[in-house]
Design a protein around this ligand. Structure first.
Ligand code: SAH
Length: 362
């Protein structure tokens, strides 16, 4: 790296050009990050101020308003919406922002001003506690930039859930599984359901509401399960919360010969960095095996991976190997990704991080 570039403060807005001087656009630069430059605009010398963010947010908002009748969605999905380093999740009057780069952190004032001019939310929560921030030399903090931090209602597929924006995981809710929540609910009537890595019941409560005969939610987080129980009650259904490690609980259930008509496993990322690919792949295979062991004959199994470093083909191969290892056969009936409020940048395939495979087992 040339010394002048190296001396730039992390997050400085710069013009980016090819070797021959041909301009590539305006971006921000961090000499300390593995990804040195992230592009913001294809034109050089673009002023990155409130006006820039207003244009981007309005564009993102227009897409969401075309997709959803109610204001509950991911409003900005980083590079997919042309705003690298920024996630905005909307819960009605509340917007949760998560910033993961030094460049975006420096632009927080024009970002917040633009949010006020476009969405004008009552509450703006900065959930700047993502571990990825350390790679950019940023500290971790959570605060309300406007209004208060607390519990909100989430509307999804016609149901209402609760999310805790201060202490919940990520930005509080997993909107990325919206379509898969609905798909599994569509299979649930009269069937028993095991929702492993349930968080606050995105799958389990949708299945219960659709008429499942029994729903067991397994998660290691007590607060996540407490919210799931409250959301279930608010929807006049019941779930059985089990606070446990999923691998241990599956082994216990398999030994006890317990079976469920529908098994769902939506774990945290097992492959956080590329170097974790092999151990992560092995963990996905083992999870698939254990899940298949507790799936009843003729049942359905959803296996998900949110690791962007886990290629879809490899994930499908590991799932297939695990199912076979359990002595089961079946067909892949659905291959889904994140919902359309998580747009994928066509040149950045890693922005398509979520895989959700559904198998019909014999
Ligand atoms: N399925 C959920 C999202 C799951 S997020 C939805 O659709 O909304 C992953 C969840 O896995 C988190 O709630 C986290 O608490 C839980 N988790 C992480 N490690 C775990 C483990 N070893 N055993 C059980 N749960 C775990």
């Amino acid at each position: 790296m040339n010394p002048a570039a190296k001396a730039l403060e992390p997050g400085t807005v710069v013009n980016v050009a090819f070797d021959d001087g041909q301009p590539l656009g305006t971006g921000y630069f961090n000499p300390k990050s593995l990804i040195g430059v992230r592009l913001l605009d294809p034109a050089p010398d673009t002023v990155i101020g409130t006006g820039f963010f207003v244009r981007k947010i309005e564009h993102a908002l227009k897409l969401r308003e075309a997709l959803f009748a109610r204001p509950y969605y991911r409003l900005v999905h980083a590079e997919g919406d042309g705003l690298p380093g920024l996630t905005l999740d909307r819960f009605g009057e509340t917007v949760v922002a998560q910033i993961t780069t030094a460049g975006m952190e420096k632009l927080i004032d024009p970002l917040l001003a633009a949010l006020e001019k476009t969405v004008a939310p009552a509450n703006v929560i900065l959930r700047n506690d993502a571990p990825a921030r350390t790679l950019e030399g940023l500290d971790e903090y959570v605060r309300a930039a406007k209004g208060t931090i607390g519990r909100v209602a989430v509307e999804e597929n016609g149901l209402r859930y609760f999310a805790d924006l201060g202490s919940g995981q990520k930005t509080g809710w997993y909107y990325d599984q919206r379509d898969s929540h609905a798909f599994m609910a569509g299979l649930a009537k009269g069937r028993s359901v095991l929702d492993a890595y349930s968080y606050s019941g995105g799958f389990g409560i949708a299945c219960a509401k659709a008429g499942a005969s029994e729903v067991v939610c397994v998660d290691s987080s007590a607060p996540a399960l407490a919210l799931a129980e409250e959301s279930a009650a608010a929807n006049s259904v019941a779930i059985k919360p089990v606070k446990a490690d999923v691998f241990e609980e599956l082994e216990r259930l398999a030994l006890a010969k317990e079976r469920f008509d529908i098994v769902i496993a939506d774990p945290p990322p097992f492959v956080r960095a590329r170097k974790d690919l092999e151990p992560g792949a092995k963990a996905y295979r083992k999870l698939a095996r254990l899940c298949a062991e507790v799936t009843a004959p003729g049942g359905f199994l959803l296996l998900a991976s949110c690791s962007h470093n886990m290629p879809t083909d490899r994930f499908a191969a590991e799932c297939a190997a695990g199912i076979t290892r359990a002595g089961r056969r079946g067909a892949l009936i659905r291959q889904a990704s994140a919902g359309p409020d998580h747009p994928v940048h066509p040149l950045l395939p890693e922005t398509a991080y979520l895989k959700a495979l559904v198998y019909a087992l014999d």
